[in-house]
Ligand binder design. Structure first.
Ligand code: DC
Length: 222
C-alpha cells in the first residue's frame, strides 16, 4: 500500500515550494496537479478553443493528451508528447487555467491519471481538490493557506526580483479574484477537507512549514 499526502490551498500559499522540499526529504514522489491543468490550458489556447462551447471543448479535449514523467527527480509535464514544463507559468496560461479548470470535462480528464499515480507510489500531491475529491482517503491531508497580503507580498518580491515592474495592490486584487473563482466554482471548489490539518503560513518560514509537514507525516507513518 502506498502512503499518500494531499496538500490543498489557494494560489501563492507556497504549496509547490513546500511540497517539493517535503517530498524530497520523505523520498516521496511529488505530483504537481496544477501543472497538469496548466498543460491542458496551453493546449486549449493553442487550439483557440472557446471553452464556453461545450461541444468544441469536448472535441479539443479528445485531441489533447497529458502525461507526466520524472527527469532527475523533477516532474515534467508533456502535452501530446512535447515537454511544455517551461511554457506553462505565464500569466496567459495562468488565466486560462483558472477558467478551464472549472469545467467538469477538464477535471474528469485528469482525475483518473492523478488517482493512478497515487495508487502506485508514495506520493505527495498538491492542488485544490486532492483531499476532498481525488484522494478522499489520503493518509495525511494538509490545507495550506496564508493571508492575501502575505501572498501578494511574496509574489511582489518574486516578480521585482526578476526585474519585472508590478503593483502590490494589483497583485492582491488578482489573488482575490483567483481565490474567488477557485472557491466558488461548481465543480470541485477549493475548500478544506473536514479531516485536513490547517497550516497558515503567513507568519511561518518555508523551513518551518516543511518541518511541520514532515513531523505530521512521520507521526502518521508510525
Ligand atoms: O497550483 P497552480 O497555481 O499551478 O494552479 C493553477 C490553476 O489550476 C489554478 O487556477 C487552480 C487550478 N487547479 C485546480 O483547479 N485543481 C488542481 N488540483 C490544481 C490546480
Amino acid at each position: 500500500m502506498s502512503f499518500t499526502i494531499a496538500i490543498d490551498g489557494p494560489a501563492g500559499a507556497g504549496k509547490s515550494t513546500i511540497a517539493k522540499r517535503a517530498s524530497k526529504e520523505l523520498s516521496f514522489i511529488y505530483v504537481d496537479t496544477g501543472a497538469m491543468y496548466r498543460a491542458i490550458a496551453l493546449g486549449l489556447l493553442r487550439k483557440s478553443v472557446d471553452i464556453e462551447d461545450r461541444a468544441a471543448l469536448a472535441g479539443a479535449l479528445e485531441e489533447i493528451s497529458v502525461e507526466i514523467q520524472y527527469v532527475d527527480g523533477e516532474q515534467r509535464v508533456y502535452l501530446n508528447g512535447e515537454d511544455v514544463s517551461p511554457l506553462i507559468r505565464t500569466e496567459r496560461v495562468s488565466d486560462m487555467t483558472s477558467r478551464s479548470s472549472a469545467k467538469p470535462q477538464v477535471r474528469a480528464k485528469l482525475t483518473h491519471l492523478q488517482r493512478e499515480l497515487a495508487a502506485r507510489e508514495n506520493v505527495l500531491m498538491d492542488g485544490r481538490d486532492i483531499g476532498t475529491m481525488i484522494l478522499p482517503d489520503a493518509d495525511l491531508k494538509i490545507y495550506l493557506t496564508a493571508s492575501v497580503e502575505t501572498r501578494a507580498e511574496r509574489r511582489y518580491l518574486e516578480l521585482t526580483g526578476k526585474g519585472e515592474q508590478c503593483d502590490r495592490e494589483e497583485i492582491a486584487e488578482d489573488i482575490r479574484e483567483r481565490d474567488y473563482r477557485d472557491m466558488h466554482r461548481e465543480t470541485a471548489p477549493l475548500r478544506q477537507a473536514e479531516d485536513a490539518i490547517l497550516i497558515d503560513s503567513s507568519d511561518m518560514t518555508i523551513e518551518e512549514v516543511v518541518a511541520e509537514i514532515i513531523r505530521l507525516a512521520k507521526e502518521r507513518m508510525g
